[in-house]
Write a protein that binds this ligand. Structure first.
Ligand SMILES: NC(=O)c1ccc[n+]([C@@H]2O[C@H](COP(=O)([O-])OP(=O)(O)OC[C@H]3O[C@@H](n4cnc5c(N)ncnc54)[C@H](O)[C@@H]3O)[C@@H](O)[C@H]2O)c1
Length: 348
């Protein structure tokens, strides 16, 4: 593991406690020696302050990049030289140029690149995806995601990179990137977006609130409502899919609870879906990290197709940058004509 900050807790608990079959934690690294030591000692693995030293001193099959979003590209590109597969936390990068360089570096090194989008593995999401793949919705005409979370000033103040254009972005890039990915994964490619944003409740460079309308290539419409300005606590993280012959809503605070499961033609087991396919995770990260690591092991052992590889990670980044183009220009933006106005990944 490179990076032993907040999300490293989740990764290290899964890998360090051998919860993922076929995977184990072998060493960790953080520029902040105390953070590396903390996780290293807890799981009794060597710890380092220099990732190159870590890569040279241990037998590693997969390196996991858990550094600040704005540093993912540099770290993935540098690590690709070691010829081991890479898992990188979302968002894979902030600019499309960086994402392209990462994809190219991994292809040149002959290694696989996995982007963590753990919500795709949420139990109700998997169930909805199966219904979609078997055609139960008919033609989808409207998809909506809502992220209504609470991130107070203290959250942004804990690290200088949070909420900055150079290293993080706002609610769209950080928290809602999962939901935006889900929406596009379910509804298909996006043709155009129109968006407005606001920094309502905190002092950060980027937005804490945004609304987006989308037109998909299929002709369907979509809505994104994303905010971290809800007080005093998280309200919801949800996805709804409406089609000619079916409608599903997944809600809860982390896309974890099936709220509605309605189809024109019912199938055996439909009456039990609402109770059997809802889960109650302890936090907004959900349970998906375990399933995403199981998928990584599976892909490396059996050549299963990677669900979120570099190309898929790039796709939601392209959409997010188009949304920022629309916010900056005040215009509807077509995905095939980038305006280059997004400040994501720029230091000024
Ligand atoms: N999938 C999810 O639900 C989820 C949740 C939280 C965070 N994340 C993502 O995980 C990433 C990290 O977020 P976080 O909240 O853990 O951040 P954090 O600031 O708590 O941790 C990042 C760590 O990386 C370390 N680091 C930076 N450069 C390094 C280097 N060259 N070598 C070694 N260590 C280095 C920093 O010292 C810091 O400790 C972000 O991209 C974020 O978007 C994903």
């Amino acid at each position: 593991m490179v990076g032993c900050g907040r999300i490293a807790k989740r990764h290290s608990e899964l890998l360090g406690n051998s919860i993922v079959e076929g995977a184990m934690l072998v060493s960790v690294c953080d520029l902040d020696g105390a953070k590396a030591q903390n996780i290293g000692e807890k799981f009794e693995v060597p710890y380092f302050i220099d990732m190159h030293e870590m890569m040279r001193s241990n037998e590693i099959d997969v390196v996991v990049v858990l550094t600040e979003s704005g540093n993912h590209a540099e770290h993935v590109i540098e690590l690709s030289q070691y010829g081991v597969h890479i898992v990188v936390e979302k968002p894979m990068a902030l600019s499309l140029q960086d994402a392209d360089k990462m994809i190219e570096a991994c292809a040149t090194a002959g290694i696989k690149l996995f982007v963590v989008k753990q919500n795709r593995f949420n139990v109700p999401v998997v169930k909805a995806r199966q219904a979609l793949e078997s055609g139960r919705f008919g033609k989808l005409f409207l998809g909506t995601v809502r992220v209504r979370w609470c991130r107070p000033q203290a959250y942004y103040d804990q690290d200088s990179w949070r909420g900055t254009w150079a290293h993080d972005g706002g609610v769209l890039t950080n928290q809602a990137s999962h939901h935006i990915d889900l929406l596009e994964w379910m509804m298909g490619d996006v043709e155009s977006v129109f968006a407005k944003s606001l920094t309502a409740m905190v002092d950060i460079e980027a937005e804490d609130t945004a609304v987006v309308t989308l037109k998909f290539r299929s002709g369907a419409l979509g809505v994104i409502e994303a905010t971290t300005a809800v007080r005093p606590m998280d309200l919801e993280g949800s996805l709804s899919l409406l089609g000619e012959t079916g409608s599903v809503e997944i809600g809860g605070f982390a896309v974890n609870e099936l709220k509605h499961w309605n189809f024109v033609s019912s199938e055996a087991g439909d009456d039990k879906v609402l109770t059997e396919y809802s889960v109650n995770p302890p936090n907004v990260y959900g349970f998906g990290h375990q399933a995403s690591y199981e998928h990584v092991v599976d892909c490396l052992k059996t050549e299963t197709k990677i669900l979120v590889d570099g190309a898929q990670g790039r796709k939601s980044l392209e959409l997010i940058n188009a949304i920022y183009d629309s916010i900056e220009s005040g215009k509807e933006v077509y995905l095939d004509e980038s305006l280059g106005l997004s400040r994501l990944g720029l230091s000024h």
